[in-house]
Design a protein around this ligand. Sequence first.
Ligand SMILES: NC(=O)c1ccc[n+]([C@@H]2O[C@H](COP(=O)([O-])OP(=O)(O)OC[C@H]3O[C@@H](n4cnc5c(N)ncnc54)[C@H](OP(=O)(O)O)[C@@H]3O)[C@@H](O)[C@H]2O)c1
Length: 348
Amino acid sequence: MEYRSILNSDVKVSNICLGTMTFGSSPHGVVTYQCPSQSDEDKAHSILNRFAELGGNYIDTADRYSFGNAESILGKWLGKQSREKFVIASKVGLPSDPNHPLEAGLSRRRITECIDRSLERLRTNYLDIYQMHLWSKETPIEESLLAMNDLVRCGKVKSIGSSNLCGWQLQKIVDVCHFMGLSKLATLQQQYNLLCRHSELEVFPVCEKEGISILPWSPLKGGYLTGKFKRGANVSSDGSRVGFVARNESRALESTPAWSKMSGNDSYWKLIDLMRNIAENHDKTIAQVAIRWLLQKDVTSVVIGATSVSQLESNVGAATGWALTESEMSELNEESTITVAYPYKRLL
Ligand SMILES: NC(=O)c1ccc[n+]([C@@H]2O[C@H](COP(=O)([O-])OP(=O)(O)OC[C@H]3O[C@@H](n4cnc5c(N)ncnc54)[C@H](OP(=O)(O)O)[C@@H]3O)[C@@H](O)[C@H]2O)c1
C-alpha cells in the first residue's frame, strides 16, 4: 500500500482503509447486520491480520456497526497489537441501541457517554479520529463541536471528522470551528463511487478549499461494482449483501440499492461493460478498477469492506503499482457522469 497524509497533519495513513461494518451481526438495525456474509470474530481477525501484513494501518469503525459488536471484535484484536502503529477511527451519532430512545444523536451528553463506551470496546485510551456520523437535526452544531473539541483537549481523541454532509452543512462546521477557535475538522467520510458522485458538486470543493481529507466509503456500491452479478440473473439465493438485499427489498440501502432497481438499469450495465474492458487491459478486476478510479481522484484513503481474506487481498491490489490512463479516467468519468438541474448545472 501507499501512505498519504491526513491533510495538514503528520498522520500518514494507508491509501486503503479497512472498514468494519461487516464485522459481527445483530438482529436489529440496517439489513447488512443480518447478512450471511457478515464476519464472525475469527474471520474478522483473519481479515485484520492480513490487512496489517499488507501494510494497512488505517481502520474505520462506528458504535453503530452491529450495535457495538464490530468495535468489540476490533478491540479484541487491537488489544494484541502495538496500538501506536494503527490509526483508529470511530463514529457517533446514529442510533446505537434500537430499544433506547436516548441512544441517538449528537448532544453533548451523548458524545461524552459514547466516547467512553467506544474506547472500552476498542480496548484503547484514545481514538485517532472521532467522526460525527451524520448531521443532527436536533442538536445545534455548536454544542456538538464544543463537546468534540473537549474530547480533543482531554486527549481521548486526536482529531475530529464528520460524515454524510451536504455542502452548506460542511461549510457551517468549518466556520463554527474557525470562529469559536475549536479543533478543525480533519476528515470527511462520504459515499463516493462510480455510481454516486454528487458530492463532487458542492461538498468536495469545500474539502479542497478548507484542507479536509476526503475518505470515500462504499467504493464498490455494496458489491454492485465488482462485476460478479450478471445482467438478467436471479441473485436472490446469493449469500452476498446484494443477494440479501434482493430478498429484503423494502430494507435496501442508499449504498446497496435493491436488485430490481439496478438489474434493469442500462447505464449501470454499460458502466460495468466499460469497467470490464479496462480491467482486462490491465489484467485487473472490475473491483480494482472501481477502487483505483477513486485513488486517482483527490482522496486520502478509500474505506473498503471485505467479507473474506481473498476479497481483501484482491481489493488491496488496487492500491499501488499500476494506474488507469488519462483516457481511461475520462471514459469512466464520462460513463458515470451525473445529471443535475439548475443551479448545480453551473458547477459542472
Ligand atoms: N460513514 C458512513 O456513513 C458509512 C456508511 C457505510 C460504510 N461506511 C464505511 O465504509 C466501509 C465499506 O463500506 P461497504 O462495505 O459498503 O463497501 P463496498 O466496498 O462498497 O462493499 C463491500 C462489499 O462488497 C463485496 N465485495 C468486496 N470486495 C469484493 C470483491 N473483491 N469481489 C466481490 N465482492 C466483493 C462484499 O460483500 P459480499 O461478500 O456480501 O458480496 C463486501 O462486504 C464500511 O465497513 C464502513 O467502515 C461508512
